[in-house]
Design a protein around this ligand. Structure first.
Ligand code: AMP
Ligand code: ZN
Length: 136
């Protein structure tokens, strides 16, 4: 897609710190890292969200996520990593080309997980049923 920043990175039209490439995917460093070594993995096809990626590319993409996650851990000496993916604007997705964030984590890095809440009585059952119905 012509005005997509990640497609431009793919085509080499703008520079990136590319760390991996294969037939279906590339990975490069996020320019504004949550922690240093923060990487992004994208499918080469311009798909906006997780829901749009066809199966073959999806499988290749998650394999690259696994491969690069191990390398990021090894290279940074991280004790672990978070995977994160924003899907659609309301979730905070700024670049509309599907990408997985790989964020190396260190014991003392001060990052906090998202907040969690509770369900009212019977409310959880309602969500369970609606989601199961939506899977049909
Ligand atoms: P998201 O909010 O999930 O869409 O995140 C987009 C990410 O892309 C942000 O973490 C940005 O720092 C990162 N980003 C934006 N432009 C570039 C670029 N030219 N090279 C590398 N990372 C980028
Ligand atoms: Zn794109």
């Amino acid at each position: 897609m012509d005005d997509c920043i990640f497609c431009k990175i793919l085509k080499g039209e703008i520079p990136s710190s590319k760390i991996y490439e294969d037939e279906f995917t590339i990975a490069f460093l996020d320019i504004m890292p949550v922690n240093k070594g923060h990487a992004l993995v994208i499918p080469k096809g311009h798909y906006e969200t997780l829901l749009d990626i066809p199966e073959k590319e999806l499988c290749a993409w998650i394999k690259t996520v696994q491969k690069v996650s191990g390398a990021v851990m090894k290279a940074t000496g991280a004790g672990g990593f978070n995977l994160g993916m924003n899907n659609f604007k309301v979730s905070g997705q700024l670049v509309p080309h599907a990408h997985m964030h790989i964020i190396p984590r260190f014991g003392d890095d001060g990052l906090k997980h998202w907040g969690q809440g509770n369900y009212e009585e019977e409310e959880m059952k309602g969500f369970e049923e609606k989601i199961k119905e939506s899977l049909k």
